[in-house]
Design a protein around this ligand. Structure first.
Ligand code: MG
Length: 429
């Protein structure tokens, strides 16, 4: 068996994205992703997926060059390779990363987001070479299916008039009735039984009313609300008090560990985060101050599937819960998320996934949810296959774009509908 990496193909694509609203603005009609193919000397190809914005492509290209001649099994070595790739300082804002609201942008996080795509591709290749599923390479699954939650969004029926886009049949959701209707569709189509609402879009009273309406329509179902740090400590406490009896947890009500710690100290409602604990370096302060009760891992920016397992082990040590964050992603990432989630013993909350919102994919067969769960594949590697025609089609769209969509910018997308829109200051309420 020859696991030497002979070639690496990077294919940036643009995939359709519905007009989902968040505190920064609205999703663009198409969002960038990067598809990674790693081919070994034996002709085995492993696939991976990560963010596709320019700053990631700039890192992925030199990274890919350095991989040639290395072993696909040398997963630990990927981090050393990443350290050798220079990050353009202008790409590191020190501000909250706009696309997906996943904490402060740093050079390390940029690097780890690139590593993750290659790590998944190498694991896929290794699994295919050995005839073993990725979960076996990660130590073995402890469950046969992974539960996901319905990821509810306030949204418009379609993108603004005149914007080229794909259409869908979800309809608008801009009030409690619309949110409940969307949740019903999620339950009918995918069998989800826990619901997360992306908040920070309307005034807290309106979002409280939406969660109340969900609680009434789906009694006993776990509910979550995530305003992406848009609230002050006092507003967070008010929402916690009003919804404490129906929330499974409140996700990033306030921005940053100090604010989260203050909220946590004054409410019994568990707090979850994918914004103040997004790197290993941020764990110590947050856990010492008891600022969060659930960490939402994301293998993309934590640096891969094995780092996700390490994060889960640290959470277990400190009695902190663990679940999974999601950004716009395709089936390769859903497969990767499912493999790693199947190996985490202390996964006690349904994972988030945007996947139902993505009408397009690069797989020969779409991933499916049964009763809100994705079955863990026992096929070699990730257990999914790349459809090269679909990949070419989505890459063509990326090539044809004049540059406006190659970097995700939810505020710019909102300005198409509202020319005066600027990213609101935090806390917004
Ligand atoms: Mg979140």
């Amino acid at each position: 068996m020859n696991l030497t990496i002979e070639s690496v193909r990077l294919t940036p694509i643009l995939v359709a994205d519905p007009p989902l609203l968040n505190t920064q603005g609205v999703h663009q009609p198409y969002t960038p992703r990067l598809i990674i193919e790693v081919e070994t000397a034996d002709g085995i190809t492993g696939i991976g997926e990560t963010y596709g914005d320019t700053k990631y492509l700039e890192l992925a290209q030199p990274f890919a060059e350095k991989l040639k001649g290395r072993q696909a099994s040398d997963l630990n070595g990927l981090f050393g390779v990443a350290d050798e790739v220079a990050v353009d300082a202008s790409r590191v804002s020190g501000q909250v990363d706009v696309g997906g609201l996943r904490g402060v942008q740093t050079a390390d996080k940029l690097r780890l987001s690139v590593v993750s795509g290659f790590e998944v591709a190498c694991l896929d290749a290794l699994g295919k070479a050995l005839g073993l599923p990725v979960h076996t390479l990660l130590g073995g699954k402890v469950r046969d299916a992974v539960e996901y939650s319905a990821y509810l969004f306030y949204r418009w029926a379609g993108h603004p008039e005149g914007v080229p886009c794909e259409k869908d049949d979800w309809g608008a959701a801009v009030d409690p009735a619309g949110v409940v209707e969307q949740a019903r569709k999620f339950k009918e189509r995918y069998g989800f039984t826990s619901f997360k609402l992306k908040g920070g879009v309307f005034a807290p009273e309106e979002e409280i009313a939406a969660v109340r309406a969900l609680a009434e329509a789906f009694p006993g179902h776990p509910l979550r609300l995530d305003p992406n740090g848009a609230w002050s400590v006092e507003t967070s406490l008010k929402v916690a008090e009003e919804l404490g009896d129906v929330l499974e947890y409140l996700e990033d009500p306030a921005l940053g560990t100090p604010a989260m710690a203050e909220v946590a100290a004054r409410t019994g409602v568990p707090l979850a985060t994918n914004m103040c604990v997004t790197t290993f370096a941020e764990i110590k302060e947050a856990f010492t101050r008891d600022a969060v009760q659930v960490v939402l891992s994301d293998h993309h920016y934590w640096g891969g599937l094995r780092n996700t397992q390490q994060l889960a082990a640290i959470c277990r040590t400190f009695g902190v819960g663990v679940s999974m964050h999601s950004n716009t992603h395709l089936g390769i990432s859903l497969a990767a998320m499912t493999h790693v989630a199947s190996t985490v013993p202390n996964l006690h909350h349904a994972c988030d996934s945007h996947y139902p919102w993505q009408s397009e994919d690069v797989l020969t067969e779409r991933m499916t949810f049964e009763s809100g769960k994705v079955a863990v594949s026992d096929l070699p590697g990730l257990g999914v296959e790349l459809d090269h025609d679909k990949l070419r089609f989505l890459h063509r769209r990326w090539l044809d774009d004049d540059g406006t969509l190659k970097d995700r910018d939810d505020a710019a997308a909102m300005r198409v509908a509202d020319p005066d829109w600027t990213t609101p200051p935090v806390p917004r309420w």
